[in-house]
Design a protein around this ligand. Structure first.
Ligand code: UD1
Ligand code: CA
Length: 457
C-alpha cells in the first residue's frame, strides 16, 4: 500500500507572485498538477495534498481530480511541519508514504517507480531521491556512508563551506515507512537558519535511510523563482520536441517552436518556425503548420495547412487551408477542403465542406453550408448591442463582395447575393438578391468651383 503526499502549502516567496508558486504554469499544466500526474502511474491508495497559502486557489485548481484529500497547514513552519499535519489523517495507514515537494515538476513516473522498488526491496525506513548536480546551490546536501546510507542532510544555508562542496543533493522526493516516520515526526526541531521544522531532519532518527541517485539530474530541478521556471520550461520543451522528432514530426528551427506536452502530433506533420502548439491540440498526419501560428485546444484533420494564423478551440477537417492571417476562435468547425483565407475571423461558426471564405470577412454565430463562396469583405452583423444572433447560409450560396448579413437571418441554398448588399430579411432558396441603392448617374454634373478667397492686403 502506497500513499502519496504532496507538499504544496508554501507561498514560494522567491517567485514574487500573488499566485501560490505551485500554481504557476509550466507548458500547460501547473507545477502541482505535473507532480500529481507523475504519481498516478504508481496507483496510490491515498493521495493527500498539503495546502496552506492560497489554499482556495490550490483546491480549485484540482477540483476535477477525484479522491484527493486536502490537508491544511495553516502556518507554514517548514516541510517537516507540513508532514506532521498528516498524522491525524494516516492514523490507520500501514504502508509506505511517498512525499513529494510540489515544486519539482520534471520528475518522470519511472523514477518514482524505481525509488519505490528500492525502498521495498531493502525494507528501508526511508529512501531518498538524490542527484549529483553541476550547480548544487540552494539544495540540501546529502551525506552518506560507504554503503549509500544517509547519515545527514544539511540545507544549503546551514552548510559549512566544506559541506557546501558536496554536490549530491536532496531532490525533495522521499519514500518513508509511514509507521516509522510517524514516530519520529514529533521529534523534529527548528534549530536551523530558517527556524523551520525540516522534513530532512527525520533522517537523523530513522534507519536505514538509503539514497538513490536519479539518472537524469534535470528531473529533480526544483522551481523556486522565475528563472528556474524558465529553465524548467526549456528542459520540458527539449524533451517534448526530441520525442516528437523521434516519432516522425519535422520541426523547422525547433528553438523557435513551443509545444505543450498535452499536444498530440501524427507522423509527417511539419511545424515551421515561430509556431506554438498548446493545450489539448491534436494534429493529424500531413499537416503543415506555420510559420507564425498559434494552435490551442484544437483538432486539425489530415493535410491541413495553417499559415500565420491563430486557431483556438476549433476543429478543422482534412485538406483545408487556413491563413495567412486568419483567426478561428470559440468552437469553430470547418469542413474538408475549405479555404479560410487572408484576414478572416471566424467565431462560433460552423462551415461545411468545400467552402471558401477567402478574404477580409467576419463570420460570427454563423452556420455555413457546403460549397459556399463567401465573397471578400462579407460580414455577419451578429450583435445588436445586447445579444448575439445567428446567421444561416445554405449550400452553394455565393455572397458578393462587401455583403452585410444582419442577423438573425437565413439565406437559402443556391442564392447569389449582389456585391455591396445589406441583407436584413430572410432569403428563400434559388434566387438572386440585390439589397443596395441603385446607382444614379447625373450627366453633366460637376462640382461648382469654389469662390476665390479675398486677397489679403
Ligand atoms: C527543499 C528541501 C531541500 C531540497 C529541496 C529540493 C527541506 C527542509 N529542504 O528545500 O533539502 O534540496 O527542497 O527542491 O525540506 N512547503 C510546505 N509547507 C511549508 C514549507 C514548504 O508545504 O511549511 C512546500 C512548498 O510549497 C514546496 C515544498 O514544500 O512545494 C518545498 O519547499 P521549499 O521552501 O521550496 O524548500 P527548499 O528550500 O527548496
Ligand atoms: Ca524548493
Amino acid at each position: 500500500m502506497v500513499a502519496v503526499a504532496i507538499l504544496a502549502a508554501g507561498r514560494g516567496t522567491r517567485m514574487k507572485s500573488r499566485l501560490p508558486k505551485i500554481l504557476h504554469n509550466l507548458g500547460g499544466r501547473s507545477l502541482l498538477r505535473r507532480v500529481l500526474d507523475c504519481t498516478s502511474e504508481i496507483e496510490p491508495t491515498r493521495q493527500l495534498v498539503i495546502v496552506g497559502y492560497g489554499n482556495d486557489l490550490v483546491k480549485a485548481s484540482l477540483a476535477d481530480v477525484p479522491n484527493l484529500e486536502f490537508v491544511h497547514q495553516t502556518e507554514q513552519l517548514g516541510t517537516g511541519h507540513a508532514v506532521q499535519q498528516l498524522i491525524p489523517y494516516l492514523q490507520d495507514f500501514q504502508g509506505n508514504l511517498l512525499v513529494l515537494n510540489g515544486d519539482v515538476p520534471l520528475l518522470r513516473p519511472q523514477t518514482l517507480q524505481s525509488l519505490l522498488q528500492t525502498h521495498q526491496q531493502h525494507q528501508n525506513a526511508a529512501t531518498i531521491l538524490t542527484a549529483q548536480l553541476p550547480d548544487a546551490k540552494g539544495y540540501g546536501r546529502v551525506f552518506c556512508d560507504g554503503q549509500n546510507l544517509v547519515t545527514q542532510i544539511v540545507e544549503d544555508r546551514d552548510c559549512s563551506p566544506a559541506q557546501r562542496q558536496n554536490r549530491r543533493v536532496n531532490a525533495g522526493i522521499y519514500c518513508f515507512n509511514w509507521r516509522q516516520l510517524e514516530q519520529v515526526l514529533p521529534k523534529l526541531q527548528s534549530s536551523n537558519d530558517q527556524q523551520e521544522y525540516y522534513l530532512t531532519d527525520a533522517v537523523n532518527y530513522l534507519s536505514p535511510v538509503m539514497a538513490v541517485d536519479v539518472e537524469d539530474y534535470q528531473e529533480i530541478l526544483g522551481v523556486n523563482d522565475r528563472k528556474q521556471l524558465a529553465a524548467a520550461y526549456d528542459i520540458l520543451q527539449a524533451r517534448v520536441k526530441d520525442d516528437w522528432m523521434a516519432s516522425g514530426v519535422t520541426l523547422i528551427d525547433p528553438d523557435s517552436i513551443t509545444i505543450d506536452d498535452t499536444v498530440q502530433l501524427a507522423p509527417d506533420v511539419v511545424i515551421e518556425p515561430q509556431t506554438h502548439l498548446r493545450g489539448q491540440t491534436v494534429i493529424q498526419s500531413g499537416c503543415h503548420i506555420g510559420p507564425g501560428s498559434l494552435i490551442e485546444n484544437s483538432h486539425l484533420g489530415e493535410n491541413v495547412t495553417v499559415l500565420y494564423s491563430v486557431v483556438m478551440g476549433s476543429h478543422v477537417a482534412a485538406n483545408t487551408r487556413v491563413g495567412p492571417y486568419a483567426h478561428l476562435r470559440g468552437q469553430v468547425t470547418v469542413g474538408q477542403s475549405c479555404r479560410i483565407g487572408n484576414f478572416v475571423e471566424l467565431k462560433s461558426t460552423s462551415v461545411g465542406n468545400h467552402t471558401n471564405v477567402a478574404h477580409l470577412s467576419y463570420l460570427g454565430n454563423a452556420t455555413v453550408g457546403d460549397r459556399v463562396n463567401i465573397g471578400a469583405g462579407t460580414i455577419t452583423a451578429n450583435y445588436d448591442g445586447v445579444s448575439k444572433h445567428q446567421t444561416y447560409i445554405g449550400d452553394r450560396t455565393k455572397t458578393g463582395s462587401n455583403t452585410v448579413l444582419v442577423a438573425p437571418i437565413t439565406i437559402g441554398h443556391d442564392v447569389t447575393i449582389a456585391a455591396g448588399s445589406t441583407v436584413t430579411d430572410n432569403v428563400p432558396e434559388d434566387c438572386l438578391v440585390i439589397a443596395r441603392a441603385r446607382q444614379v448617374v447625373k450627366p453633366g454634373w460637376r462640382l461648382k468651383p469654389s469662390p476665390q478667397p479675398p486677397t489679403q492686403s
